[in-house]
Ligand binder design. Structure first.
Ligand SMILES: Nc1nc2c(ncn2[C@@H]2O[C@H](COP(=O)(O)OP(=O)(O)OP(=O)(O)O)[C@@H](O)[C@H]2O)c(=O)[nH]1
Ligand SMILES: [Mg+2]
Length: 458
């Protein structure tokens, strides 16, 4: 996501760092580069003008800090102003004193409403809430079924009936109250273009459920069209915020950077994939850092904390300490990793990961292959890989649908990894937290998680 912008900024900041003093001429030059980068990223012209002016005002003014170099100061200003353009602070959702808190989703056809409805339901569950979904899209024959399947995958019930969208919404709300659910998410139908019929239907649904939050779901890949759509919807529906979807496919970032200033409504959540797990609250500051190539470590840590099973991690650490890390442990680590989402997405969030590594395709199917190979080993082979001779290797290759060479490669990598782990001082590897008790430092978790995968993915 946002590769174009990130690449451009990386170049600008690298050149900036190589400079000593920064005079007015240098600042003007940097601003020009930033301006071009933003325009290339399809950011709204007024937004670009405003942002560069704010940066100029602070850089040519006397905002000087003794502890920072001129380049660092400029980067700090750019980071802060970029954060501001993205919305400043994080969107805060508060719950209705009289439940359920009603959330209405609207948007154009295919923008990702139904997916977002399920993702949002999953997110509410993680917040300890009891959400309920309403399928008020009766336009497309399969729409309700799609929501039911998604709802089931996140363990949230779905209400719908073949009446009409407004009745479905009203009855859905009654049902949520009857069941004692505290959050109600209403999925609505989309249309190809903004038309009066669509607006009228959403308005009527809105007037019967009286949502606490109305979110517009927009496809980031449509750039400035997304922003125009948001303006139009905001004029009739009084939006509370935007859910930006398909950010994974958006190399430019124009919509993300323009929507807050143009529409006046913040981005509340972002979706970066088709799975309900690829969805999170939007953090302006983190995205700004990420665009500036400083990585998004906090999001990564949060995701790890959410998805990573602490006990499995502890067990692995114990076995590592005892010098007994087997293929079974390895398999468990892989499965943990898979829960956390695409490896590529995670690498993108780490600062300082070289571009070649970020861009190297780590295919999910490679991981599946490794799993297949390990699953074709006998328990004793997993425990003691040295048992695996030529004929066993062939059997494992046949069993896993791979070749003897692939099995060999994995064995070799695994042995190297074991050796490396044994030789590594535990304290260093685990950020000094190796001997802490459960619930210890973040570093410990991070150590247990990152190390095996990092070894493996190279
Ligand atoms: N890559 C990617 N695909 C997404 C994302 N969100 C949704 N999709 C996909 O986009 C397509 C449309 O998503 P839906 O959730 O059905 O969109 P919708 O707005 O409900 O569509 P209608 O109900 O037809 O108006 C589906 O194939 C989704 O899997 C995302 O963040 N990233
Ligand atoms: Mg839909």
């Amino acid at each position: 996501m946002f590769e174009t912008l990130t690449d451009r900024f990386e170049g600008i900041l690298t050149r900036l760092r190589s400079r000593g003093r920064l005079g007015d001429a240098e600042v003007t030059e940097v601003l020009h580069e930033i301006r071009v980068a933003l325009l290339e990223a399809d950011v709204n012209l007024n937004v670009v003008r405003d942002l560069t002016e704010r940066i100029r005002a602070r850089c040519s003014g006397a905002e000087l800090s003794k502890s920072l170099t001129p380049a660092q100061q400029v980067i700090k200003v750019v980071n802060e102003e970029l954060t501001e353009t993205l919305g400043g602070t994080q969107f805060k959702l508060s719950y209705a004193s009289k439940p359920p808190t009603v959330v209405l989703l609207a948007g154009l056809q295919g923008s990702g409403k139904t997916t977002a409805a399920a993702s949002l339901a999953r997110w509410f569950r993680q917040q300890g809430r009891h959400p309920y979904l309403v399928g008020a899209d009766l336009q497309r024959p399969a729409a309700v079924e799609q929501l039911r399947v998604l709802g089931e995958s996140v363990g949230v019930g779905v209400f719908s009936e073949p009446t009409d969208p407004v009745t479905v919404a009203r009855r859905g709300l009654e049902e949520a109250e009857r069941l004692g659910r505290d959050v109600l998410i209403v999925d609505t139908a989309g249309r190809l273009a903004i038309d009066e019929e669509l607006m009228e239907e959403v308005r009527r649904i809105s007037s019967v459920v009286e949502p606490h939050y109305t979110f517009l779901v927009v496809d980031a890949m449509t750039g400035q069209d997304a922003v125009r759509t948001a303006e139009a919807f905001n004029a009739t529906l009084r939006l509370d915020g935007v859910i930006l979807t398909k950010v994974d496919g958006d190399a430019r970032g124009g919509a993300a950077l323009s929507v807050k200033q143009v529409v006046g409504k913040p981005i509340a959540f972002v979706s970066t994939g088709e799975r309900p797990a690829d969805f999170e609250p939007f953090h302006p500051d983190r995205l700004a850092s990420r665009i500036l190539g400083m990585g998004d470590v906090l999001s990564l840590i949060e995701r790890a904390e959410r998805e990573y099973d602490q006990e499995v991690a502890e067990k692995a650490v114990e076995r590592l300490q005892a010098g007994r890390f087997t293929f079974d442990d390895f398999l468990e680590q892989l499965q943990q990793l898979k829960k956390m989402g695409p490896l590529q997405g995670m690498l993108g969030m780490l600062p300082g990961v070289p571009k070649e590594v970020k861009n190297a395709k780590i295919e999910e199917k490679d991981v599946a292959k490794i799993e297949a190979i390990i699953c074709s080993m006998t328990p004793s082979e997993r425990d003691e890989p040295n048992l695996i001779d030529g004929s066993r290797r062939l059997r494992i290759a046949n069993g896993s649908g791979t070749s003897a060479t692939e099995v060999n490669n994995l064995l070799r990598q695994f042995k190297e990894m074991q050796k490396l782990m044994r030789s590594m001082p535990m304290g260093k590897m685990l950020g000094g937290g190796a001997r802490q008790k459960r619930g210890g430092s973040r570093n410990k978790k991070k150590g247990g998680r990152v190390t095996p995968s990092a070894r493996h993915s190279r």
